[in-house]
Design a binder for this molecule. Structure first.
Ligand SMILES: NC(=O)c1ccc[n+]([C@@H]2O[C@H](COP(=O)([O-])OP(=O)(O)OC[C@H]3O[C@@H](n4cnc5c(N)ncnc54)[C@H](O)[C@@H]3O)[C@@H](O)[C@H]2O)c1
Ligand SMILES: [Zn+2]
Length: 367
């Protein structure tokens, strides 16, 4: 069996392929060249990923006769800002040979790089093509597909951005071997989410391969990422601009996001908050008679096996409720939450009350 796979994201004239393989970075140059009319590429990466994989990306680009340079910015969510975009634009407009409308941006890194470089590509010279090369599991299974780009604002996360679909996505699973273990688990929370909302067989796969996945075994990672990308691609193809079913991807994110705001973004990883958010949402789904307790327990077991948190004491229900009401996705003061019924059966509920949130949070405080 070959490990390599390609998943097509169907978006009419903006369709693209996600290519997943060990060593796929070696094919980056050919992928950029295949977009047509490119004479050069600029790799945007962060200070952790650049030293590890920047040279490999450049080598592949030059082997395909493309001019190539690398621009780096300091790693970390704190740098996902317009100030970073501004400084990258300065660097981009100073590279030699100079960029033109045919230059391709390569986003090499985790979700922060994908979001920042994607936004730079969306606005530089009124729009350059971008190829996403995700190197964190979260970026592989989630942020590199779908075309959302953006940066944070002092008043909230991801408030400034643009939709800008990539021309291609290149996933080299070998790069995941240097990813810190906690970052791997962070991405796995989104994987469990995909399984719960769209593909119970993905949960079976994760349960059967926990050790291989945590070991970053190449074959398991290709399979895991391939299945996740297929789910995300199908949801995005169905609803590119999030007017309907794309919101299903927010499963675990309403309360999860409120927990992040409440305890502080520095104090909890996104995937950890989403893990807690899914446990809380499932409590509400079970109490409404939508979900069987056995399914809720199963999701909890899978999260625990991946070292993701399922309990968190000391959360103030009133504070969480207040934050939920200010969610970017709330409409007219009503809180919306994605609840999973039977696995793969999802609905958006817009009648969530303070009492519901308090009850859901109860699941996080139990022994
Ligand atoms: N655009 C979207 O649709 C979308 C979806 C989900 C999340 N996001 C965004 O993604 C971001 C989170 O992404 P993330 O979890 O990848 O964070 P990240 O980009 O900060 O990466 C996590 C850490 O791992 C390092 N790293 C990445 N790849 C590595 C590798 N192969 N080896 C060693 N170190 C490596 C990074 O430098 C960083 O320190 C958030 O800003 C979030 O808002 C965007
Ligand atoms: Zn998420």
């Amino acid at each position: 069996m070959t490990m390599e796979r390609t998943v097509r994201v169907e978006l009419g004239p903006q369709s693209y392929d996600v290519h997943i393989a060990p060593g796929a970075l070696a094919e980056l140059g050919a992928t950029v060249a295949a977009l047509g009319s490119a004479t050069g590429a600029v790799v945007i990466t962060d200070s952790n990923v650049g030293p590890l994989y920047g040279a490999r990306a450049v080598e592949s680009l030059r082997a395909a006769s493309l001019a190539a340079s690398v621009i780096e910015f300091p790693a970390g969510e704190v740098n996902k800002t317009l100030a970073t975009v501004d400084s990258l634009l300065d660097d981009l407009l100073a590279v030699a040979p100079p960029i033109d409308r045919n230059t391709v941006i390569v986003a090499l890194g985790g979700g922060v790089v994908g979001d920042v470089a994607g936004l730079v590509a969306a606005i530089a010279l009124r729009g350059l093509r971008v190829v996403q090369c995700p190197t964190s599991l979260l970026a592989c299974v989630d942020s590199s597909v779908g075309g959302k780009t953006g940066v944070d604002h002092a008043t909230g996360k991801n408030l400034i951005g643009a939709f800008h679909q990539p021309g291609a996505v290149v996933v080299d699973v070998e790069t995941l071997t240097t990813l810190p273990r906690e970052e791997l688990c962070n991405g796995l929370a989104e994987s469990v989410k995909h399984g719960a909302i769209r593909d119970a067989a993905l949960l079976d796969f994760i349960e059967a391969h926990v050790a291989d996945i945590l070991d970053c075994d190449a074959e398991s990672m290709c399979e895991l990422i391939g299945r996740n990308v297929a789910i995300k691609a199908a949801v995005v193809a169905d609803d590119e601009k999030e007017t309907g079913n794309r919101a299903h991807l927010n499963f675990g994110h309403t309360i999860g996001h409120a927990i992040e705001v409440c305890v502080g973004y520095d104090a909890i990883r996104h995937g950890e908050a989403v893990s807690l958010g899914m446990i809380a949402a499932n409590r509400l789904a079970v109490s409404r008679g939508l979900m069987a307790s056995a399914d809720a327990n199963r999701i909890e077991r899978v999260l625990v096996s991946l070292s993701l948190p399922v309990r968190r004491g000391g959360l103030d229900a009133d504070e969480i409720w207040a934050i939920c009401q200010h969610d970017k996705k709330a409409r007219g003061g009503k809180v919306r939450m994605v609840l999973v019924g039977a696995l793969e059966t999802v609905a958006i509920h817009d009648d969530i009350t303070a009492a519901d949130v308090a009850m859901a949070l109860g699941a996080l405080g139990e022994e």
